[in-house]
Design a protein around this ligand. Structure first.
Ligand SMILES: Cc1cc2nc3c(=O)[nH]c(=O)nc-3n(C[C@H](O)[C@H](O)[C@H](O)COP(=O)(O)OP(=O)(O)OC[C@H]3O[C@@H](n4cnc5c(N)ncnc54)[C@H](O)[C@@H]3O)c2cc1C
Length: 290
């Protein structure tokens, strides 16, 4: 692993920030600094963030806790925290984009957290957040909101099934770490590239299978499981939207797993910026449940 050493850059005064109006942000923003970067695999990059404002985050203890990052286009000159309401009213074209990332580790003592970014695409095909992470330097500042989250492995689940793709590796890795040592089950994780597979600490009774290649192979791997006899199965299933919809059908309709035993949602959608993907959650195309 290659780690970039920390720099200690003093944070600029907070409110050079906000241009676009005088009202302070309504939702709390924690402005944190990049402490270090660690390359976990060719396309998975850990960014450790920290600073005095760590305690402004609404600490969420679920295993899949996630934060929203606010990323302004550097050409706007805006600095965090952002006065979002004023920007929305006066200069909506300057609004920072929002991107969602799992908190892979919280360290309340050091007041740092780790986010693991999939470096998807190249150049213009990449995303704002993936590019931000790739180019970030120790001392760079970023605004975070949250955290949300809703899944933690249950101690009394008879068995666990965790299904995901590259974007949900951090949430699944964090979940495996908090599982009961006696837990049993299976993890099925899709990756485009074999060299992005990494060792995930987990209980002895949890099998980890990487599914490499076409996305649909993940669907086939799940369809091939016999889940009918598994009373008390707890499922975590989060991946690309089209695939997640198909996985829901296999799990609920075909295998008969009770819906309430499944944590399921899309983490991203092919051909959609996250802004559009989130907005579409209110439309039929964005719904995972039929
Ligand atoms: C609760 C939650 C937790 C998440 N946790 C993580 C996490 O820990 N790590 C992580 O990397 N992602 C995570 N994601 C997914 C992440 O939010 C999206 O991938 C997001 O779109 C990335 O933003 P971007 O600016 O890089 O790309 P965008 O600007 O949103 O998208 C640009 C283009 O890239 C494509 N794209 C987006 N993501 C991917 C991808 N993963 N693989 C291939 N193509 C992609 C889009 O379809 C679009 O065409 C999470 C999502 C949710 C909802």
């Amino acid at each position: 692993m290659e780690t970039t050493a920390a720099l200690t850059t003093p944070a600029p005064a907070a409110a050079t920030a906000s241009e676009g109006g005088a009202r302070p942000p309504k939702k709390k923003q924690a402005v944190l600094e990049v402490i270090s970067k660690t390359r976990l695999t060719p396309r998975l990059l850990r960014v450790t963030l920290g600073g005095e404002m760590y305690s402004e985050l609404n600490r969420n203890h679920q295993a899949d806790a996630y934060v929203k990052l606010l990323i302004a286009d550097p050409s706007t000159g805006l600095q965090p925290p952002y006065y979002l309401d004023a920007l929305r009213e006066n200069t909506p074209e300057l609004l920072p984009v929002r991107r969602t990332y799992t908190v892979r580790h919280w360290d309340d003592d050091a007041r740092t957290l780790d986010l693991d970014f999939v470096l998807h695409g190249h150049g213009e095909d990449s995303g704002v957040a993936a590019r931000w992470a790739d180019e970030a330097l120790p001392g760079d500042r970023i605004a975070l909101m949250g955290a949300g989250g809703g899944y933690t492995p249950e101690v009394d689940a008879a068995s666990h099934l965790l299904i995901g793709d590259h974007a949900s590796v951090p949430a699944i890795a964090a979940s495996l770490e908090v599982m009961d040592a006696q837990a049993t089950g299976l993890v099925l994780l899709h990756l485009d590239h074999e060299d992005d597979a990494l060792e995930l600490a987990r209980p002895d009774g949890i099998e980890l299978r990487w599914v490499i290649g076409e996305r649909e192979q993940l669907l086939q791997a799940v369809a091939a499981l016999d889940l009918t006899a598994l009373d008390g199965l707890q499922v975590f299933c989060h991946a690309e939207r089209g695939l997640t919809k198909q996985l829901r059908r296999v799990l609920v309709k075909d295998a008969g797993v009770p819906r309430e035993q499944i944590s399921i949602s899309a983490y991203w959608a092919l051909g959609r910026l996250e802004d559009q993907f989130q907005a579409e959650k209110r439309e039929p195309i964005g719904k995972i449940d039929e």
